[in-house]
Design a binder for this molecule. Sequence first.
Ligand code: NAD
Length: 485
Amino acid sequence: MSLRLPKTDLFIDGQWTPPSTGKSFDVVNPATEEVIAKVASAGAADVDRAVAAARKALEEGPWAKMAAKDRAKLIWKLGELLLKYNEGDVAVLETAHNGKPIFESQYVDIPHSAECLFYFAGWATKIHGETIPTAPDAFTYTLREPLGVVGAITPWNFPLMLGIWKVAPALAAGNTIVWKPASLTPLTALRFAEISQEAGLPPGVLNVLTGFGLEVGGAMVRHPGIDKIAFTGETKTGVQLMKDAADSLKRVTLELGGKSPNIVLADADLEAAVRGATNGIFYGKGEVCAAGSRLLVEEKIHDEFMAKLVDRVAKLVPADPMHPKTRLGALVSKKQMETVLSYVEAGKKEGAKLVAGGKRFDVGGKGYFVKPTVFDGVANDMRIAREEIFGPVLATIPFKDAEDAAAKANATVYGLAAAVWTKDVKKAHTIARRLKAGTVWVNAYNLYDNALPFGGYKQSGFGRECGASAIEHYTQLKSVWVSLT
Ligand code: NAD
C-alpha cells in the first residue's frame, strides 16, 4: 500500500488555490513521526472567498436549479467513488495522518462514510413540507428549504467520517458547504474534494479550507455569510463556539466530548462483555468520543471479570497501523500521547490500581504508541473517571446493584453514550431508560448506523447527526398562506 497524496492547496469554488497567508503547515504520520505533507494554511480572507463561492452556488448556477433526484444521483456517485478509492488510497491516507489501524480505515470508517452518502442520497427526494388545513378560504402549506451555507468544523479522530456525517445531509437538503478539517488530519478531506470534482459536484457547493482552529474555524463561526455551523470537537471548544456564533445568531449543532459508562451486571454473558469492554475503549485507540472509558462492574463478578479482561488486554499489542493484522495503532500526536500519559500518572497519584499498560510502547523505535491501559478500583470523583482522556485508558468502577450502577453512570457532566450488559430483559430496558445518554447499547458497544440518530445529552452537545433528524438540522420550514377568497 503506497501513500498517494491529494492536492494540498485550498479547494474553493471548484478550484485548487493557494492560501492568502502564503503559509503551509506540516502533517505528521504519528506512527513514523515523519512529515508526510505540507498543507495550505488558510486565513480569514480565504474564509471570505469560500463563503462567497458557497453563497453563489446556493443562489445561482446548476446546484440552485438542480432537481432533487439529480442531487441524489450526485451524492450517490460520491459514495461510489469513495468506495472505489477506499482500498487504493483513501484508507491509507486516513491511517497515515491519524495513526489508526488500516483495518479500521479500510473496513469500517471509509465504508461507513460511503454508506452515509448512500443513505442521505435516498433522502434528497424525500424532503417535503405538508399541507395543513387552517381555514376554508385558505390553502396553507409548508416548504422545507435548505438552511443556506453550512460551515462544517471537524476533529481529528474520524477525519473523513465526521465530515461526511455533515456533508451528506447538508447536500441532500440542497445546502452548500465550507468544511474545515482538523489541522492534524486534513488529507482525506482534501482527497474527498478531489472526488467531488470527479463526481461533477458543481463549483462552490463543497469548499475545503485547511488550517487552524482560531484562524479558520473562528472566522467561520463569526462569519455573517454562514448560516449554520455543524461542529464536532471538544466540549470547551463547543462552549467558545456557541459564544462566537451568538453575534450573528447562527444555528449550531454541537457533537462534543464524552465519558461513557459501560455497565456489566453480574448476570451478563461475561465473555461477550469482556470483548465489549475491550472494543469499547480500545477501538480507535480510545480516541473515540463515545469510547466506553468508564467500566462499571458489579461487585459480585468483579474479580472473575477483571481477570478475564486483563488477560484479553495483554494480547492487544500496539503495532504498525499499516499492517492488516494491527488492532491498536498510534495516538494522533505527541501532544495527545503526553496528555494520555499524564492522566496515567494522575490515576496512580489519586490511588487507582494500574492493572495493565500505563506506558509508552516502542514500535521500531518511532511513533506515539501507548500500551492499552486499565485502572481498577477507580472512584467516580477521580480525574480519570471525570475527565475525557481520549486515549486507550480504561477506568474500572465497582458497583453494588443496578440502582447504584445507574446513579454512578449518570454522575458525569457528559451524556454521549452508555452500554449495559445483562441477560435480564427487564433490567436492560429499565437501565436504558435511566441512563442520561444520547445512545444506549444493550449487550453491544460501538455499533453505529447511518439511519440511527447520534448525539449527546448534557455537555456532550445537542443536535443529532445521521438519521431523519439530521435532515431537520439542515433545513428550515416556511409556511405559505394562500388566500382563496
Ligand atoms: P477540538 O475541539 O480541539 O477541535 C475540533 C475542530 O475545531 C478542529 O477542526 C479545530 O481546528 C477547530 N477549532 C478549534 N478551536 C476553534 C474555535 N475557537 N473556533 C472554531 N473552531 C475551532 O477537538 P479535537 O481535539 O480535534 O477532537 C477531539 C474532541 O472531539 C474530543 O473531545 C471528542 O470527544 C470530540 N468528538 C466528539 C464526537 C461526537 O460525535 N460527539 C465525535 C468525535 C470527537
